[in-house]
Design a protein around this ligand. Structure first.
Ligand code: ATR
Length: 311
């Protein structure tokens, strides 16, 4: 039996349970069918954390990973609109191309120009982006840091950088962006400045950005440098890192990246990328289900999954 629609168009199935000989007790049971799409979908941690969150919240919930090639994306969203799934996460390479199949975007997704979350509302598919929110929440909740009016240095100008940079600009930070492809950094900075940001760029060579790294209160890596499988690689001007700074890496494989190790040796505080992953997931989960997401329990579970202790 389907009764009305909630935010994520939840299916209510009613179960009559014989409680006492004289009366029936009505129990409402919610069933959520969720998932993540990507290509390849690889070893996504999302099914693990959302399944755990469903268990903790006492929900009947499935969350599966789907490998969807680009030419099947439209068909996938048709099925979702037909009611097959209540909500999904979207990952590489579909975060931008998914938009053409959606009926509407939440403001964060519209500004970033990419979606990581889709839900149904009034029989329409709506896209949202919780990456920037997740990043900012991790700064505030897990590093006790508010970036308002603070100089922030950002490595990278790719998809992940966009979400992080818009969130930082919104939060009132003054940004310096450096990217291997300098044109990409310039275009992102221009867009952010048009949106009211205070954003500069610096060349990728160490000599061009060492002063900005030294002067920053917060340093963030959004590039894939340091990620397992993407080669060794060091970030330029890391030598500028010093005590009193907060260094954030959004890479979480490995949890303890070369950048974070180096920053700790220098006496800087660090924040690893698992916090952002958890907090973007928490926001998506809460949007789909309205239930709270168990951040600490999910963190312990994912750290174990990554084969690392939970720092
Ligand atoms: P994502 O969505 O994960 O951000 P992306 O859009 O492909 O993926 O962006 C990857 C980022 O990592 C970019 O900033 C990229 O720099 P370029 O724009 O110059 O390609 C950066 N990156 C990847 N490999 C790199 C490397 N070996 N050295 C420096 N930067 C690198």
């Amino acid at each position: 039996m389907t009764v009305g629609k909630t935010f994520s168009e939840v299916t209510f199935s009613t179960q009559y349970v014989l409680d006492q000989p004289s009366r029936y007790n009505l129990r409402m049971k919610r069933a959520y069918q969720l998932g993540i799409i990507g290509h390849p979908i690889g070893h996504s941690l999302s099914p693990i954390m959302h399944t755990l969150a469903g268990e903790k919240a006492g929900l009947e919930l499935t969350y599966e990973a789907f490998d969807v090639p680009p030419d099947e994306l439209g068909g996938f969203f048709d099925l979702m609109l037909d009611g097959w799934l209540d909500g999904i996460n979207v990952t590489v390479p579909h975060k931008v191309s998914a938009i053409q199949y959606l009926d509407g975007l939440e403001p964060d997704a519209a500004r970033i120009g990419a979606v990581n979350t889709v839900f149904r509302r009034d029989n329409q598919l709506i896209g949202d982006n919780t990456d920037g929110y997740g990043f900012l929440q991790s700064l505030k909740e897990n590093a006790g840091t508010d970036p308002k009016s603070r100089p922030v240095f950002l490595y990278g100008a790719g998809g992940a950088a966009r979400a992080v940079a818009f969130a930082l600009v919104d939060a009132g930070a003054a940004l310096t962006i450096a990217n291997r492809d300098a044109g990409r950094a310039a275009r992102l900075a221009e867009e952010l400045n048009r949106a009211g940001g205070v954003v500069e760029t610096a060349g990728w060579e160490a000599m061009n950005l060492i002063d900005s790294v030294k002067a920053a209160d917060i340093i963030v890596n959004t590039t894939t440098v340091g990620m397992k499988g993407s080669g060794e690689g060091a970030l330029p001007a890391m030598q500028g890192i010093h005590e009193g700074q907060l260094v954030v890496d959004i890479v979480y494989r490995p949890l303890n990246t070369p950048l974070l190790q180096f920053a700790r040796e220098r006496g800087a505080r660090t924040l690893d990328g698992l916090w952002m992953l958890l907090r973007q997931g928490a926001r998506s989960f809460e949007r789909w289900t309205g239930a709270a997401f168990p951040v600490e329990a999910a963190r312990a579970r994912l750290a174990a999954e990554l084969g690392e202790s939970n720092p």
